[in-house]
Structure formats: C-alpha cells, structure tokens
Design a protein around this ligand. Structure first.
Ligand code: GDP
Length: 364
C-alpha cells in the first residue's frame, strides 16, 4: 500500500490531526474501517462512494475499500540534523513513505506556543525542508565514501549511483531540495532507490482555525503559492474540526460538515489530494461476495494491476474482462453491460483506467 508520513514543527497540530483522522475512520467503522498498527501508524480506508454504488448494484455482501497508511513522524525540529543527528528510526520512517504530508500552522491562538514565537507557515516549511536537506547531505556524503571501492572496481551500478548522488549533492549544497534535479528516464529507477528525503512529493496541510476551514485564509493562500511553485500541492484542513467530527457518528458528521460549509471531511480531502499528488488511481473487482477497491499508479498495465491482488495473477495473466465504472452503473451491472457489448477483453498492453471494473483471467 501507499504511505504518507506526517511531518511538521512541534505544536502545529500533527497529533491532533492524526488522532482525529484515525478516530474518524474508527468511528464511522462501516465505511471507514481503520486499524492501528502502531501508536503512530494508522491504516485508513480510502473513502470512495463508487465502491458502495457498485456493491449495491451487484448485491455484494461486503465492500472492502483500498487503504492508505498514515505515519505520524514526530521529532523534526530546527537543528535536528545537527549534533545528535536525526534518530535512525526517525529517518527510516521518512525514507519509507511515498509522500510527505507536511502540516503547517495557519491558525492564530495565543494559548498555543509557537516554537519560533511567530505564525509564519512558509518560514516553518522552510525550516523543516532545511533539516531534510541537511539530512540528505549527511547521508549522501556517507554513501559516497561507502561506494568508493566499488566505483574504482568499475561496478556499473555503483558508478551510476555515484553520478546521481553527486548531482543531488550539488543542488542540495546550493540550498535546493533534491527533487529539483532533472533525472533522465534511464536513471529514474536508480534515483528512486536512493530514497532521498527531499525527493519525496510534499502535500502541505494548512491547519487553519475553525472559521477559516471552508475558505482558508491569507496564510494558507501563501502556502498554496509556495506549493505550486515547487510542483507540490496543498490542502486546507482544521484539525480542531476534524477532532470534533471524530466524536460524531456518520450522520451527525455529515450535518456538522454542512453547517460548517464543508462538502467533505478532512480525511477524504487529504486522501484525495494524496492520490492526486502520487498519481494514484482506483480500480474495482466486483462479485456477489464482495466489492473491492484496489490502488494503482496511473499508467499501470493490466498485468501489473492484477499483481496488486496477487503475484500469480500477474505471472499467469491472460486477459482482463473490463467494464468502465460508468457503463457498469448506467447499464446496471455486469450481465447487462456484457449484453450491451460494453465488456471488453483487454490484453497485456492495456492501461487500466480509473474506475475500471476488472475480472482477471489467468493461468495457474
Ligand atoms: P503537534 O506537536 O504538531 O503534534 O501538535 P498538537 O497536535 O499536539 O497540537 C498542539 C496544540 O495546538 C494542542 O494544544 C492543540 O489542541 C492545538 N491545536 C491544534 N490544531 C489547532 C487549531 O486548528 N486551532 C487551535 N486554536 N489550536 C489547535
């Protein structure tokens, strides 16, 4: 599954948000099943109304949503990369995530201390990014030393790695994140394997006060500009509202959201933004037993999509019987779609589309 790491300065609302999101998921158990893996890791179901619709049409006994994992990564402060350095566990936590949800404080409250005694989310974001850049520099320098011998021995992989590490180091020493390096197609895989912290896509989460939850405020607008300039994205959330929602049942939550002028809970918006940032899509498998959602990267071929369910599905892939979501819903299910000629037999080269209802045929 895909993982988002929640980072940010102390006191910006990370834990409030994490707890609220995961409790919301737990409270609305039917549609938002959630389980805690570790205290700071939450496995959250991706809300998708299409799944319920498909299940209703097909008469499926249950729905199984696809999931996204959130990790609350505390401990990032100014100077964290110096002195004792960032803890190993901490760094490993960030290395493992697919994207960073970077919470910045966009709310005023004299009762909540700011570590720098001012409310400036853009400066806060830079503080955190600087620590991540310093951590990258430190780890690159170590790795360059470690691969010297292999490079001298002419190891091709090591030579490629060294070249990429040096390219990253050059921009980092220039004060820019590693994601600003232009990477050629043939280097993309090796580049990703370097797992540099500042190559991860960032979703800025602007934590605003309750009254700004619907429209955002001047501070969150600034963060939005910064995110756009970086090629990252942002979302406006009120951690306090999310906390209140987390204590309501699904129906009450909906009423509360309407009152606040919000269409959707923060959980949904956060996940949607994460999906967009990571170029993720959903396909479905639908039967009498269950309707289930699966996550893939945009551009995934049918065999690779099958591999998300099971490796055997990918290895023995023959074809994918495919119905688009719209056809499935408009025509009223698999049989009707088939009779209308809307079930396609797609082969190995087929690029799965968001919303496709798939049935895989494979050799065992
Ligand atoms: P963390 O250190 O980033 O995990 O921050 P916390 O989630 O522990 O929040 C720090 C303090 O800010 C707590 O007292 C929260 O109740 C408060 N807080 C969090 N979000 C908001 C918000 O949107 N508005 C206000 N006024 N306070 C908030």
């Amino acid at each position: 599954g895909f993982k988002m790491g929640i980072v940010g300065l102390p006191n910006v609302g990370k834990s409030t948000l994490f707890n609220a999101l995961t409790r919301t998921a737990a409270a609305q158990a039917a549609n938002f099943p959630f389980c805690t893996i570790e205290p700071n890791v939450g496995d959250v179901a991706v809300p998708d109304p299409r799944l319920d619709k498909l299940a209703t049409i097909a008469g499926s006994n249950q729905t199984i949503p696809t999931r996204m994992t959130f990790v609350d990564i505390a401990g990032l402060v100014k100077g964290a990369s110096k002195g004792e350095g960032l803890g190993n566990q901490f760094l490993a936590n960030i290395r493992e995530v697919d994207a960073i949800a970077h919470v910045v404080r966009c709310f005023e409250d004299d009762d909540v201390t700011h570590v720098e005694n001012r409310i400036d989310p853009v400066a806060d974001a830079e503080t955190i990014e600087t620590e991540l850049m310093l951590a990258d520099i430190e780890s690159i320098e170590k790795r360059l030393v470690n691969i010297t011998r292999k490079v001298r021995g002419g190891d091709k992989e090591a030579v490629q790695q060294e070249r990429l590490l040096r390219a990253a180091l050059a921009v980092l020493e220039d004060g820019k994140p590693a994601r600003t390096v232009q990477v050629d197609d043939e280097d993309r895989r090796a580049w990703k394997m370097l797992q540099l912290l500042t190559t991860k896509p960032v979703l800025y989460v602007c934590n605003v006060g309750e009254s700004d939850a619907a429209e955002g405020n001047a501070l969150s607008a600034k963060v939005g500009e910064m995110a756009a300039a970086e090629g990252n994205s942002h979302v406006v959330i009120s951690a306090q509202i999310e906390e209140e929602i987390s204590q309501l049942d699904a129906e009450e939550a909906e009423m509360f959201l309407t009152e606040m002028g919000l269409d959707e809970a923060g959980l949904s918006r956060l996940i949607k933004a994460g999906y967009e940032l990571l170029h993720l899509e959903t396909y479905f498998t639908v039967g009498p037993k269950e309707a289930r959602a699966w996550t893939i990267r945009a551009g995934t071929t049918a065999p690779k999509a099958a591999g998300v369910i099971h490796g055997d599905f990918e290895r023995g892939f023959i074809r994918a019987e495919t119905i688009s979501y719209d056809d499935f819903v408009t025509l009223g299910g698999e049989q009707a779609a088939k009779e209308a000629g809307k079930m396609r037999a797609e082969g190995k080269a087929y690029i799965v589309k968001d919303g496709d209802v798939l049935h895989f045929l494979f050799n065992t």
